[in-house]
Ligand binder design. Structure first.
Ligand SMILES: NC(=O)c1ccc[n+]([C@@H]2O[C@H](COP(=O)([O-])OP(=O)(O)OC[C@H]3O[C@@H](n4cnc5c(N)ncnc54)[C@H](OP(=O)(O)O)[C@@H]3O)[C@@H](O)[C@H]2O)c1
Length: 227
């Protein structure tokens, strides 16, 4: 991974026109990582890229989802659960041999405060099934609210649980999250993604019940600087 010649990957954010994807694009671009924003629509991708540039991110380009995935070293997929299957079909070929970071929470509106898991067990497992064994799917960022990512001056304090069947790919994503100031933890095999995915419905409930805008999680019982 040497997208910038300094060991950092070029990242595609598929669905980067949306709330979470745009926020991640902004944070990674602000951290000096080259980001390719993907969308089904060129105008939406360009407008998201322009917004990231205006907010202080550099090195952002706009593409359709498949082109962004093809040109990137590592792909983040940030689309609603209902759009996951179609979106992964668009990038399947381009993703072969790469790490795909799946952020999907299997929310089924209108009951988004209720945990509803897909038959595969998790959205991440579904992603791995759809992309095939040559792609290393890593699950992350389900418990980071887009609202916190939108302002690059706002420090990030939530922890990120990173699940995947390939330990090296998990560690790559842990380190990547670290570049934007997120404390991330390897959380075991891909099927463990069910925990982070299900937690999001709990966090949405907590937000509503207590009037928060982006509750997250933080591990306790760990020494500082140990991540
Ligand atoms: N928002 C959060 O705070 C947050 C936090 C943690 C995890 N997540 C998870 O991250 C994922 C993205 O969340 P989000 O809030 O960013 O979603 P979003 O803003 O609703 O959508 C993201 C992008 O997905 C594409 N998209 C939307 N509907 C689609 C459809 N029917 N078919 C194909 N593409 C579609 C759109 O891109 P184009 O139209 O440009 O193609 C859209 O900009 C979700 O799975 C969510 O559960 C979100």
């Amino acid at each position: 991974m040497d997208g910038d010649g300094a060991g950092l990957p070029t990242i595609a954010v598929v669905g980067g026109s949306g709330a979470l994807g745009r926020g991640l694009a902004l944070r990674f671009a602000t951290a000096g990582i080259k980001v390719l924003i993907g969308s089904r629509d060129a105008t939406r991708a360009q407008s998201a890229a322009a917004e990231v540039l205006a907010s202080g991110g550099a090195g952002v380009e706009a593409y359709d989802n498949a082109a962004a995935a093809r040109l990137a070293d590592l792909i983040i997929v940030s689309v609603p659960f209902a759009a996951q299957t179609d979106t992964l079909a668009q990038i399947r070929d381009a993703a072969r041999g790469k790490i795909v970071v799946d952020t999907t929470v299997p929310l089924v509106p209108p009951r988004v405060m209720r945990v509803q898991l897909p038959p595969e067990g998790s959205a991440a497992r579904r992603a791995q099934n759809l992309l095939g064994p040559e792609t290393r799917v890593v699950s992350a960022f389900q418990n980071i609210a887009a609202a916190h990512l939108a302002d690059p001056r706002h420090p990030l304090e939530g922890d990120v649980l990173v699940s995947g069947d390939d330990a090296e790919a998990r560690e790559t994503v842990v380190r990547l999250a670290g570049t934007i100031g997120l404390r991330a933890w390897q959380a075991g095999c891909l099927d463990n993604a069910v925990v982070a995915e299900a937690l999001t419905s709990v966090l949405i409930f907590v937000n509503k019940r207590y009037g928060f805008d982006g509750a997250g999680i933080r591990l306790c019982g760990v020494r500082s600087g140990q991540s």
